[in-house]
Design a protein around this ligand. Structure first.
Ligand code: HEM
Length: 138
């Protein structure tokens, strides 16, 4: 359920990124703020997987997924952080808007790569079977 909320949140962010949709960026910004605790919960529920990756490093069979997840986490963090000064009009610096736009689009793209790489786990969850915590990273 949490993961579905996370997916829907990213889609809402993508749809509401156009000023013509929401000139004040109200829905876009508040959805981004709600995503902060949702992302934190998603990370904490997959903490065993994160620790396993950190322990095994390049020897882990899911090292490539770990690299994708790290990029996704960094892009989403930079995107959310740069969203605040833009929304609150603290700065009109072009680099800030450009950073937010680029990291936002890369976050959406990487989220789909993350979903494709986790397709087996997602399939298992959809079919209603339990996944051991040490291997769960969806
Ligand atoms: C993961 C979360 C987020 C994603 C994926 C995302 C994505 C984007 C994208 C792609 C744009 C560029 C629109 C364009 O110029 O084509 C944008 C614009 C914007 N976003 Fe976000 N965003 C996120 C979170 C936030 C948050 C948390 C805030 C505010 C607290 C925010 C505030 C804004 C504002 C104010 C703009 C307009 C920037 C401008 O005037 O150039 N965003 N967002």
């Amino acid at each position: 359920m949490l993961d579905v909320g996370l997916f829907v949140g990213f889609i809402v962010e993508f749809v509401t990124r156009e000023p013509s949709f929401d000139p004040e960026y109200f829905l876009h910004s508040w959805t981004g703020i709600v995503l902060i605790p949702v992302i934190a919960l998603h990370l904490s529920s997959n903490w065993a997987w994160v620790m396993r990756l950190l322990r095994n490093g390049t020897d882990d069979q899911e090292f490539r997924l770990g690299v994708v997840n790290t990029f996704l986490a960094v892009m989403a963090a930079v995107c959310i952080v740069t969203g605040f000064p833009l929304w609150l009009e603290w700065s009109e610096a072009q680099w800030l808007a450009a950073s937010h736009q680029i990291t936002g689009l890369l976050s959406i793209l990487l989220m789909f790569v993350h979903l494709v790489m986790n397709r087996r786990r997602i399939g298992t969850l959809v079919r209603g079977r339990t996944v051991p915590a040490t291997t769960s990273a969806s």
